[in-house]
Design a protein around this ligand. Structure first.
Ligand code: PEP
Ligand code: MN
Length: 333
């Protein structure tokens, strides 16, 4: 259950009631909000005079539920880029899977500037499936991303691999990406709950929608309102593609949650040949954005070589997106 306390309710009172109800106390500009275990279904008489309104929830999807906020949350990424709310904006995020060198980042950043892409992605701490492959440049990679931001005015998104460097990502990135393999890492979730920066939370590839959104609840209940969900494919019996992009799940998330949605067709299919078609299909669902991997020379990429688009492929795709966006009443930002 979510209880909105009256504006006059003091911090002390909010914590007092919160303790009694085993609730999270979230401070909002409009006052205190208490999030209790979802099995609580009514407000006791003794608390009535402090409660402005309340929402009864079926399960532990609470702050992310459309029953709590009936529209998609508005998230400001920069002066140029806001998603959600009434904006109808879809942000296109691109860049290489990993930061490999300054020259590689320069080339990819220049492509963004040339096309008008505002948000640049690359991983510095890579959560690889093998210890014998490239693990990322770490902090040095983040500093190179920082350099691109300063030079080209791009906003930066980069992923947290584990809680040992979560603070570095918080310090450097404009959007903190929590990778699919880290969706359950409570150290990361709780650290991201304390910051005032948008977090892009990827769905673990073996998780249900309920588990995915409950992970987001860890961030929301800790006080960070700006969570974006990212569907990036789940594991099914199919082996011809790397993962299976769960578009039915996307429809469910759109219908039931108030969190903006960004889709990642690159990691879902795992092969460059399908990324353009999938990107257009995703955008046609009326989502808040796309995350697409691009590399100056995918053949020599140190991670995810098979799925990254070369610059010509990305340019052609990017230029085709406006028509799709227009058809479903959205704007590319
Ligand atoms: C990535 O974005 O490069 C990445 C590793 O993604 P995921 O966490 O979805 O596997
Ligand atoms: Mn990747």
């Amino acid at each position: 259950m979510i209880l909105r306390l009256k504006k006059e309710a003091t911090e002390q009172k909010a914590h007092e009631i919160g303790k009694e109800l085993q609730a999270f106390v979230v401070k909002q500009p409009s006052g205190y909000v208490l999030v209790t275990p979802s099995k609580l279904k009514s407000v006791e008489d003794k608390h009535q005079s402090f409660v402005d309104s309340f929402v009864v929830l079926d399960d532990d999807i609470q702050l992310a539920s459309k029953k709590y906020i009936p529209h998609t949350r508005k998230i400001k990424i920069s002066d140029k880029v806001t998603i959600g709310g009434k904006t109808n904006n879809s942000v296109v995020i691109t860049g290489p899977c990993s930061v490999e060198s300054e020259e590689q980042l320069e080339q990819a950043a220049q492509l963004c500037v040339k096309l008008g892409v505002n948000v640049f992605r690359a991983g510095a701490f890579k959560p690889r499936t093998s210890p014998y492959t490239f693990q990322g440049l770490g902090l040095e990679g983040l500093k190179l991303l920082d350099k691109m931001r300063a030079k080209y005015g791009l906003k930066i998104i980069s992923e947290v691999r584990d809680s040992t460097h979560v603070q570095d990502i918080i310090d450097y990135a404009d959007i903190i990406q929590i990778g699919a393999k880290s969706m359950y890492d409570h150290g990361i979730l709780k650290a991201c709950a304390k910051v005032r920066k948008p977090v892009l939370l990827k769905r673990g590839f073996g998780t249900t929608l309920q588990e995915f959104v409950q992970s987001a609840e860890f961030i929301l209940s800790g006080g960070n309102d700006d969570v974006i969900l990212c569907e990036r494919g789940i594991r099914t019996f199919e082996t011809k593609t790397r993962f299976t992009l769960d578009l039915c799940g996307v429809a469910w998330l759109k219908e039931n949650t108030n969190l903006p949605l960004i889709l990642d067709p690159s990691h879902a299919i795992g092969y460059a040949y399908g990324v353009a078609d999938l990107s257009r299909a995703c955008l046609a669902m009326g989502i808040e954005g796309l995350l697409i991997e691009t590399h100056p020379n995918p053949a020599v990429a140190k991670s995810d070589a098979s799925q990254q688009l070369n610059f010509e492929q990305f340019t052609n795709l990017y230029q085709s997106l406006n028509a799709v966006a227009k058809a479903v009443g959205r704007n590319i930002v």
